[in-house]
Design a protein around this ligand. Structure first.
Ligand SMILES: [Zn+2]
Ligand SMILES: [Zn+2]
Length: 208
């Protein structure tokens, strides 16, 4: 059965999707600058490679889910909603691997350049709309990294590691201990334990 030749598409205009663009940058042209207009954003973007602290972090390239609402306000664009990202790391006490999901609420005003908010704020205090774009990455990174625990634990009650043998205490029996008896004294200790009554102990008074 000869299949009909596929229609040639190279003449068709390519849709304006710009997939190579930074997925953290939002194009605000659709939202516009009329105060009160609103846009919902639900997208999954790859995590950058610097969302980590010493023992825990978001793996580079992992799916970060953004569920955000953009609201055009007088001074700029108010971004609010939720960021969800996977976390991997290791327990600070027992070194067991940890996997978790981080869900964080965000709310941030991106001020327009030249707005009163920009004029009255210190440079590093305010995030700015850059032309028709807004870069979510620095805000998301600050929010995520500041929430990462410096001493993550696999469980609040994690007992850590046994200082003598290095095994996880939670994996060991409750009576786990390392009472070490020097083998040279072991026999002697046993003999003392079995001999009840020592010579000077024999002071039973006779009753008659
Ligand atoms: Zn642990
Ligand atoms: Zn031990």
């Amino acid at each position: 059965m000869p299949a009909a030749p596929a229609p040639r598409r190279d003449a068709a205009p390519t849709p304006d999707r710009r997939p190579s663009a930074n997925p953290w940058k939002l194009d605000l042209r659709e939202l516009g600058r009329r105060a009160g207009s609103m846009q919902e954003l639900d997208r999954t973007v790859p995590a950058p490679d610097d969302w980590k602290v010493e023992l825990i972090g978001v793996p580079a390239g992992a799916d970060v889910h953004l569920r955000l609402r953009l609201e055009s306000v007088m001074e700029g664009v108010l971004v609010s909603g939720e960021i969800e990202a996977p976390l991997v790391g290791s327990c600070a006490r027992c070194l067991e691997p940890i996997e978790d999901t981080l869900t964080l609420d965000v709310q941030e005003l991106y001020a327009y350049e030249g707005s009163t908010t920009e004029a009255t704020s210190e440079e590093d205090e305010v995030r700015l709309v850059e032309g028709d774009f807004l870069d979510l990455a620095p805000m998301a990174r600050d929010t995520v990294v500041l929430s990462l625990p410096l001493s993550p634990v696999c469980d609040e009650d994690c007992g850590g590691l046994c200082v003598d043998c290095g095994q996880r205490i939670d994996d060991l029996p409750a009576d786990h201990s390392h009472e070490i008896t020097d083998p040279r004294w072991a026999g002697l200790a046993q003999r003392f334990a079995s001999s009840s009554g020592t010579p000077g102990d024999d002071d039973t008074t006779k009753e008659n």
